[in-house]
Design a protein around this ligand. Sequence first.
Ligand code: DNO
Length: 400
Amino acid sequence: MEKTWRWFGKKDKITLAMLRQIGVEGIVTALHDVPLGEVWTRDQIRDLREYIEVAGLRWSVVESLPVTETIKYGGPDRDVQIEVYKQSLRNLAAEGIYTVCYNFMPVLDWARTDLLHPNEDGSSNLYFSYAEFAYFDIYILKRKGAREEWATFCFPEGVGEGRNVLAEADELAKVMTPERDHQLVENIVIKTQGFVSGNFREDDEAPLELFHQLLAKYEGIDKAQLRANMKYFLEAIMPVCDECKINMCVHPDDPPIEILGLPRIVRTAEDIRWFLNAVPNPHNGLTFCAGSLSAGAYNDVVAMAREFAPRTHFVHLRSCHIFPNGDFTEASHLGGRADLVELCKIFGESRSSLPFRVDHGRTMLGDESRGYNAGYSFLGRMFAMAQMQGVLAALAHESH
Ligand code: DNO
């Protein structure tokens, strides 16, 4: 498999020269400075590609070419936005970049409640607490209907038995302080969305208002409608993908649960089967994010890897641990639910040139004071990358 690394462009504190030293072959990046909904021009793409190549690396994967909200909720200008998207795809292909990761999560991209959850060994990890997320939804965002939804929230079989998330959120409300509220908004909205080209930026002055405006656009959009909108988008772009040999790979919903009263449609094996069959073109594929999928207790990640490997164009190696109460944290890359050793075997056999990146990583050994993006530490990711390189080397040795 091709060893890639997510790099956030010329302003990233982790330089390409550093990445050369740790065995990275390909770069995963995006034109993070282009506002959502604008065409990525050939000049902009070429400039970044050449910058990467001068450092002795190649631009292997785009993560992400953002699908704007209007395409997701089917707004009146969606066709205009789809044309913009198609033009960016043509420009990427003209510059030799053929693998494009995107997501179809409404409003909020990935979500965590704690970005520096302490581990016993002194390092820290990303963490998702249902009670804190419900508290954010009910008491901070004050979303209409949130209370009623959390009152009937059901965990998947096997976890969270007997847990009453609403009652826990109400208990939290008694002890939360303005500082802790602020921290939660930072974690859920500010520090995790801006740098991945989500809807919210670090300098947004009224993120919660924007949140409400976006949520309002989804009134009446249920799972069937969101699926129809995804199919519409994929069918519209496939001719360009065929012509330009672009592999599209949707990122699963992270976490793979329905949140904020919004449908999420890339959570389970059934969901993935659905979108692959709905548009049965090999260019319509998956980013196999083992981390996102392993956060769903109902997902058998290894079985999914076996089933979906032929349509997987990009792999994120990461593994989650789900606690008995249903909360989850990001485990070591050699532990957790995802069995990354088995996944390396499956994907390595599927296509030896398949790009993978280690996704997230612990924050360790001083990473926390370096100002890296949440989840994208240097030493923690490097450690995980080294573990995965070892796994791949051992597998290659075994197969000789
Ligand atoms: C978070 C990432 C996601 C991902 C997008 C892809 O760490 O995995 O933000 O890049 O959802 O579109």
